[in-house]
Design a protein around this ligand. Structure first.
Ligand code: BGC
Length: 786
């Protein structure tokens, strides 16, 4: 049976099972679960449940529906509903949540209406897109993930949550945990890249940071992983586009980061815009009811994405708002963000018998559970004195700088003469700084910039001038991001000619090109920046290209001709300071790519954890171009190599690292024993095998290296990726130092979603690599027996 068919059959069986659950609740069949175990909730509280039941008894149907309704009361982030009568609606108990208010006073004003004027005094839950900072802007999420440092991500999220909570925001629409394999998609910037293991680790870090030790603490915010699910797989990389994902890939690639975020305690989740295998994700009973509620036993709240319920009409699964409300609610969405269809039709659907009031009660319970969990019933207001309108505190700036430094990925660093271009010497007479992104404070904040302010940003130009003095910096903007005149380019060339080294700051326009509704069909430098680059390079001066982008860019000329290239993403308020420290070697680059960097758009989608084919072109990642005379009848292009420009996990350092002596501590494992471990909460994180290798810093400077471990399984019932990340560690090594790096692996590391649609460990041959990226390393082997 093919996967799609299996998926359908599974859906039919699932609905039959669900129906029978309704009739014989006590005979519930054991759930199939992705991780084999339900998530660990942080919402359950018997005292709150008691209060929720007593509130429910007092609520009218209209008041219940009101809890399921949410509107944007601030700057819009999508098409509007035309409503603005929120004050009146709140007074009548018709609104459960507002969002897009980033102002303590406004948040308190609305809250006063809810608490003092509505009949049951139920507080509003105030949400906002806090994506990579609130007042203190950190690197964009793709940059934060490139740190491979969950600790720094957690610290950044903690600061962001604290700052947002001070302004009365208690719910953040973050983290975006969508796996993205297509850099054309503008929102690839908002996530953690293409890998489910890394994506899960980063997702957990955000949730820990936002929700803190106690959700009830006034400086904690409830997290909302989004967009559930498959949004990042938009066909052609076009935002909002449809997606087709087999159940195998859904379970192994797209669902894990959501599971991780919820298992870490995230109290809410946002349903996505896209259709998934023909059913819009915001009305998809399989993902929302079968997986989320029945398998994972999620007891929190599902909010729709912006107007994604109303969009069920253009999707074509509803003919009008009433139909959309019915599909969405019965499909498993509790709160309607901005569509207005629950407000308009839900009560009527109950009265006509198409929706049961018992289901409405369950949805309301979920909303109230979150409100109780964040302590809104006891402390509905924020202390307006807490909001920071002054300078950013040193502690936050330090985290912002550390995060930025770790996020930079050194893509290339060749020698000019006997010396590598980077780090730069501080003793040169003049430094030319060229490019539209060298001094653009606003751009450094990236997209979804919260309440951050350009005045807080240290640009590259400012930091360089502070470092070497105005007289030694020859700055020429060289035009805008999207356009330049011949004169501007000529001026830049003159600046370069008169300097000892050129630093070029080129890239994309963050909010316009690397955000929601900002997909690109061309991944080159916009405007005339390629001409600027090539003309400046023609001066023959040593040169460093600093790239600011929200995705990999296809720049074959630059990668061939420019000796040093540093990817800086959009690095946040401390971007310039972090860059100058990196360029001059006080900080050593240690970021690694979290997305495969293609050579050409024609290779997309290109990701490291691909399935093998029956005709593999060698290692899919390392295959040679056809001109090198390899076999014709294999999976490849006739006019391009399969290999990316840079593989997933790649990133250079000013030091050099040698890997040696890989070893496993067992040669066989038992599939049966491992499968049992997967299903036991006490044992699921138990070490079942360890793999280790020596890593030596053979360079001249102390540096950190992100050591990675990958697995390949052969002989399984379903095809598994040619490599899959199963662990990573950031290791500090002094020059000449060797450390033995050991990775404890769990049963999960060897588990697959098998051909019976079960999560299991199967007999297989295993290759394990401890390596600096996804394309290198020597593998060790073992066998998983029956
Ligand atoms: C985006 C979400 C966001 C929401 C609210 C939507 O357009 O897709 O990511 O959370 O708006 O601003």
């Amino acid at each position: 049976m093919n996967r799609k068919l299996r998926c359908r059959v599974f859906l039919v069986i699932a609905s039959v099972v669900l129906l029978s659950v309704g009739v014989h609740a006590q005979q519930e069949a054991p759930a199939k679960t992705f991780r084999s175990l339900p998530i660990r909730s942080r919402l359950s509280d018997p005292d709150a449940e008691h209060k929720i039941e007593s509130l429910l008894k007092q609520m009218t149907l209209d008041e219940k529906v009101g809890q399921l309704v949410q509107y944007s009361a601030g700057t819009r982030t999508g098409p509007g509903t035309g409503r603005s009568d929120y004050e009146e609606m709140i007074e009548k108990g018709q609104v459960g949540s507002l969002f897009n208010l980033a102002d303590a006073h406004a948040a308190n004003r609305y809250q006063h209406i809810a608490i003092e004027k509505s009949r049951l005094h139920i507080p509003l839950l105030n949400g906002l897109d806090v994506i990579h900072g609130y007042r203190t802007e950190f690197p964009v999420p793709l940059g934060l993930a490139s740190t491979w440092d969950p600790e720094v991500v957690e610290k950044a999220a903690r600061i962001a949550g604290r700052e947002a909570a001070a302004d009365g925001v208690r719910w953040v629409f973050s983290p975006m945990v969508d796996i993205a394999r297509d850099p054309r998609w503008g929102r690839i910037i908002e996530g953690a890249g293409e890998d489910p293991y890394l994506g899960s680790a980063i997702a957990r870090a955000y949730v820990r940071g936002y929700q803190g030790k106690s959700l009830r603490a006034p400086d904690s915010v409830v997290a909302c992983p989004k967009h559930y699910v498959g949004y990042g797989a938009a066909e052609g990389g076009r935002d909002y586009n449809t997606t087709e994902i087999s159940e195998h890939t859904l379970r192994e690639v797209y669902l894990p980061p959501f599971y991780a975020a919820l298992d870490e305690g995230a109290g809410t989740i946002m349903s996505a815009f896209n259709a998934l295998n023909g059913v819009p994700a915001s009305a998809n009973p399989f993902t929302l009811k079968e997986v989320l509620r029945r398998e994972w036993k999620f007891d929190g709240l599902v909010v729709s994405d912006w107007t994604s319920l109303g969009e069920l009409v253009p999707h074509g699964i509803a003919n009008d708002g009433r139909g959309a409300a019915w599909r969405a609610f019965t499909g498993g969405v509790e709160m309607d963000m901005e569509s207005n269809v629950y407000h308009e039709y839900l009560a009527e659907l109950v009265k006509s018998g198409r929706v049961s009031e018992t289901d409405i009660d369950e949805a309301v319970r979920r909303v109230l559970r979150v409100k109780f969990a964040v302590g809104l019933f006891e402390h509905p207001y924020t202390d307006e004195k807490l909001a920071n309108h002054g300078p950013l505190p040193k502690e936050s700036l330090d985290v912002a700088r550390a995060a930025a430094e770790r996020s930079f990925v050194l893509l290339k660093n060749d020698s000019v003469g006997s010396q590598r271009v980077l780090p730069l010497s501080g003793d040169l007479k003049t430094y030319a700084l060229v490019g539209p992104l060298a001094d653009d404070a606003g751009e450094m904040l990236g997209s979804w910039a919260g309440r951050s302010e350009a005045k807080d940003v240290v640009t590259l130009r400012r930091a360089l001038v502070e470092r070497v003095g105005t007289d030694r910096v020859k700055y020429a903007k060289g035009g805008e991001i999207t356009k330049a005149t011949d004169e501007q380019i000529a001026e830049a060339v003159t600046a370069a000619r008169g300097a000892d080294v050129v630093i070029l700051a080129l890239g994309e326009d963050a909010p316009e090109m690397t955000a929601e509704a900002a997909s690109r069909a061309h991944l080159d430098l916009p405007g005339r920046q390629e001409a600027l680059l090539e003309e400046v390079a023609a001066t023959g001066k040593p040169m460093v290209l600093v790239l600011f982008s929200g995705r990999p860019l296809t720049l074959p000329w630059a990668f061939q001709h420019v000796p040093a290239v540093l990817e800086a993403w959009f690095p946040g308020v401390q971007g310039g300071a972090a860059l100058v420290r990196t360029l001059f070697g006080e900080s050593v680059p240690s970021g690694k790519l979290v997305v495969t960097w293609p050579r050409w758009i024609g290779q997309i989608p290109l990701y490291y954890n691909a399935m093998s084919t029956g005709r593999p072109a060698g290692n899919a990642v390392l295959s040679k171009p056809p001109s090198e005379g390899t076999e014709k009848f294999v999976s490849r292009y006739v006019d391009e190599t399969n290999a990316p420009q840079f593989p997933f996990g790649y990133g250079l350092s000013y030091a050099e690292f040698r890997y040696s002596n890989p070893e496993v501590n067992a040669k066989t494992l038992s599939a049966k024993a491992l499968s049992a471990t997967l299903r036991n909460r006490q044992e699921d994180s138990k070490e079942v095998l360890s793999v280790s290798a020596n890593v030596t810093n053979s360079g001249k400077v102390a540096a950190e290296e992100v050591v990675q471990v990958y697995v390949r399984l052969r002989g399984t019932s379903a095809v598994e990726p040619v490599r899959a990340l199963k662990g990573f560690q950031r290791v500090a090594l002094a020059p000449g130092e060797t450390k033995r790096i050991t990775f404890p692996l769990t049963a999960e590391s060897f588990s697959i979603w098998d051909s019976n649609n079960e999560h299991n460990v199967e007999p297989s041959l295993v290759n394990l690599w401890v390596s600096p990226d996804s394309a290198r390393g020597e593998s060790v082997q073992l066998e998983i027996t029956q």
